[in-house]
Design a protein around this ligand. Sequence first.
Ligand SMILES: NC(=O)c1ccc[n+]([C@@H]2O[C@H](COP(=O)([O-])OP(=O)(O)OC[C@H]3O[C@@H](n4cnc5c(N)ncnc54)[C@H](O)[C@@H]3O)[C@@H](O)[C@H]2O)c1
Length: 339
Amino acid sequence: MSEKVRIGFVGCGGIAVAHLKALVKNPNVEPVAFCDVNLERARSLASQYGAAGAMVFNNADEMFRNTVLDAVYICVPPFAHGAEFEAIDRGIPFFVEKPVNLYFEQAREIAAAVERKRVLTSVGYMNRYRKGVQRVRELLSQDPPILVLGGWIGQTPRITPEAAIYNWWIVKEKSGGQFHEQVTHTVDLVRFVCGEIVEVQAYPAKGFNKGVAPNYNIEDASVVNIKLANGAVGSLWASCSANGGGGGVSLSIYAGNTTALFTGWEHSLRLLRAGVEPEEIPGEPNIFEIEDNAFIDAVRLKDASRILCPYSDGLKTLEVTLAANMSMLSGQPVKVPLK
Ligand SMILES: NC(=O)c1ccc[n+]([C@@H]2O[C@H](COP(=O)([O-])OP(=O)(O)OC[C@H]3O[C@@H](n4cnc5c(N)ncnc54)[C@H](O)[C@@H]3O)[C@@H](O)[C@H]2O)c1
């Protein structure tokens, strides 16, 4: 490896920018290649964040063939994965955004290939790196969780007719829906701090959001009831139809002697414990920087222990949200892991 970690990007949209803003502050990083099916986006990020001579591509295989990379960021929508295989074949460590896929079979094949080739991976569940999350995880290891409530509640998507055609988020067959795409963060946190989810039963609400766009077909809201391996129960929710306000991101965990109340995108924590003064741990505003530095250090030092969510773990979170989608269709509870 050269002195700096030479990185390439597959997918040059919104989240790629968030990572690049963090990565260019890291003196050990050199962004040398940018790939997007929309070449203009690749060009734009290369000119803003690329090292001198950075190359642009509209095809990931071409990027891998024509550049020497020490690591890759895969920042494509859930339906557009597959570039992982080329990275794995070449033994190149990769960071992949959540959710890791939309298709279970492909994700399982990627996980198996990662395992075979022993490639270092990291999944973009950045909330695992928060101090508050780690504190709660430690407390719950001694004081088992019993009830879990949380999710994401937002407004009806506002999209211009010209933009709707490019908007994958509002299309179920592309994003997997809000629970799969967004509440995946909450599902992952529940797994990280409370242990495995073993069964889900989901209920969708549709037909309330009117006139968003002709291709809008995701749920307006959903509720997913969960059972955990330790016997705890929970209810997680998604809504993109609450225009009166009062929504937001939350996760509340109730154990016998511990109540953990996370609020906001930044997951600020209010910790209540029987017989102890309440504790407040604000969420870190620069969480992408923390997550990216952990990945880059892991690549540089060949030390996977710095990564809090490898691909195999991201796959387990994927199974829960895919199970929720299956349950929304069938009306039946679905056991996890999937068969
Ligand atoms: N960790 C987080 O908090 C967070 C926040 C936002 C998005 N995300 C995730 O990041 C992923 C991307 O989201 P985004 O907001 O950047 O979307 P986006 O639409 O802004 O960008 C995605 C980009 O990928 C490109 N693309 C699509 N298919 C491609 C392919 N096969 N090869 C190369 N490029 C391709 C698109 O042209 C687009 O430029 C999603 O899975 C999303 O869930 C994570």
